[in-house]
Design a protein. Structure first.
Length: 132
């Protein structure tokens, strides 16, 4: 995964929550949701989160902030976007700890925390088994 937008204010970052990504079985990639109303995910380089997997569509899904809550929308991808193992059929509101799967990439929505490492340490990666 690649994050393309650097963030400069830890206080601002901690007020919005995070999308946390799994790499090599560990929760380690943190994508802050500060000062944004959306975060795009896909295979193409112009996305905020780039997933290098042919099963990921060029523009796969988008996280959107609506009325102070974060939601995920699949953008018509062939292989789907999944939240807690269920395919996203329409805009889905996210709750802290929700697990999002895009192709082979596992993500988690984490709400505001004091220390990002605390939320990462409290979650085990979900087991593989979904076939895309």
């Amino acid at each position: 995964m690649v994050i393309q937008n650097p963030h400069d204010s830890l206080d601002t970052v901690l007020q919005e929550g995070f999308i946390v990504g799994e790499t090599d079985g560990a929760w380690c990639d943190v994508f802050p949701l500060f000062a944004a109303t959306k975060l795009t995910v896909g295979r193409e380089g112009h996305n905020d989160v780039v997933i290098s997997d042919v099963r990921c569509s060029r523009e796969h899904c988008v996280f959107r902030k609506l009325n102070d809550h974060w939601y995920v929308d699949d953008l018509g991808s062939s292989n789907g976007t999944f939240v807690n193992g269920n395919r996203v059929e329409r805009t889905q509101k996210l709750r802290p700890g929700d697990r999002i799967t895009v192709a082979s990439q596992k993500l988690m929505y984490a709400a505001t925390v004091v220390d990002p490492q605390e939320i990462i340490a409290n979650f085990e990666p979900i087991s593989a088994g979904s076939i895309f």
